[in-house]
Design a protein. Structure first.
Length: 340
């Protein structure tokens, strides 16, 4: 049997793009809890919590590497933590049993939830309060205690791509419709992104590593939330204006909007909008001599332009990260816009 790469979460935003990056799909085994409508022979609809069904895949295929993308993010707290930890533990145990050569795990920068003055190094102590971040860090610790000889942990910031319009689309719609943008506090908190194509490149490169590693990934240059939005407004010639809201009042107002589901956001997103959380990416750039150097400004502007040009297609997407965001908040914002 030829060696094969197992990819979990293959029907997700990152997974679908990563699969397309591999020229020879016959070497891939694809797993997801969602149905694959393309009828690929190498796809298996499996719940990763079912270890028996999962092991059948290992028995029938010579798995050389695992790329573990699958995770829950916006379910209730208990389900997020339990699914992410238990499903990952199942994969790690099978990886040990069948002596896989490489295990790549996409963790998150949401293991950090404080306000950081400097870019965060890989050895920084986690500060996550959210269940998603806690679950990812727990999987990291399980990996480090495992018998796997080669694993790579990638701590990933916000992943963006030209087709990922779901929650980023809320900002894009506000700018496109010339609505006021309200930033909590002074808006000088830096926010970090990585382009999905760049992340896929890094994942493929990590398959060649022969040692255990933990890497921060993301753009080299990150700007503040206010600078990113101002750049899009200027380049798109939008009439949107940015207003700063008192930090405490803004947090309270956002809590209400989230609670009543007037914005398609979660408390998980709230920290990203109000905290300074930027990863130090020197290690990954030096290890692979990466050539991409787009800043957060460049990436967001490209994504905004794509969103505007492809609105007709986006309107037809009903699920997943590519669909148009819920715009319940727009009626409220349109009322506010009359006063500015």
């Amino acid at each position: 049997m030829k060696s094969k790469i197992l990819i979990t979460g293959s029907q997700g935003f990152i997974g679908k793009i990563l699969v397309n990056k591999f020229k020879n799909s016959n070497k891939l085994i694809l797993i997801d809890k969602k149905k694959n409508f393309s009828n690929q022979n190498n796809f298996h609809q499996i719940n990763l919590l079912n270890q028996e069904n999962l092991e059948e895949i290992f028995k029938k295929n010579k798995i050389s590497s695992i790329i573990h993308l699958a995770s829950e993010i916006f379910d209730d707290d208990k389900n997020v933590y339990n699914f992410n930890v238990k499903s990952s533990r199942n994969l790690i145990l099978l990886g040990e049993k069948y002596k896989i050569k490489n295990f790549i795990f996409t963790s998150t920068f949401s293991i950090y939830e404080k306000n950081y003055i400097k870019p965060i190094l890989e050895n920084e102590t986690p500060s996550a309060k959210n269940s998603y971040g806690k679950s990812k860090y727990k999987v990291e610790t399980i990996l480090k205690k495992s018998k796997l000889k080669n694993y790579t942990i990638l701590r990933v910031p916000i992943v963006v791509g030209k087709s990922r319009s779901h929650r980023m689309g809320i900002l894009f719609e506000m700018i496109r419709n010339n609505l006021p943008l309200f930033l909590i506090g002074d808006g000088n908190n830096k926010i970090q992104f990585i382009e999905v194509d760049d992340l896929c490149l890094i994942i493929k490169k990590c398959l060649g590593l022969k040692r255990n590693n933990t890497f921060n990934v993301g753009t080299k240059k990150s700007f503040t939330f206010k600078e990113n939005l101002s750049h899009i407004i200027e380049k798109s010639k939008s009439k949107s204006k940015i207003f700063n809201v008192n930090y405490y009042f803004g947090n309270f107002a956002l809590d209400i909007l989230i609670f009543f589901k007037l914005v398609d956001l979660n408390y998980y997103h709230k920290a990203l909008l109000t905290k300074n959380i930027v990863l130090n990416t020197k290690k990954i750039f030096n290890t692979f001599k990466l050539g991409f150097d787009k800043s957060s400004k460049d990436i967001l502007l490209e994504n905004y332009n794509y969103y505007v040009k492809n609105l007709k297609n986006i309107n037809n997407i009903k699920s997943g990260s590519d669909k148009k965001p819920s715009l319940k908040i727009f009626n409220i914002l349109k009322i506010f816009s009359r006063f500015f």
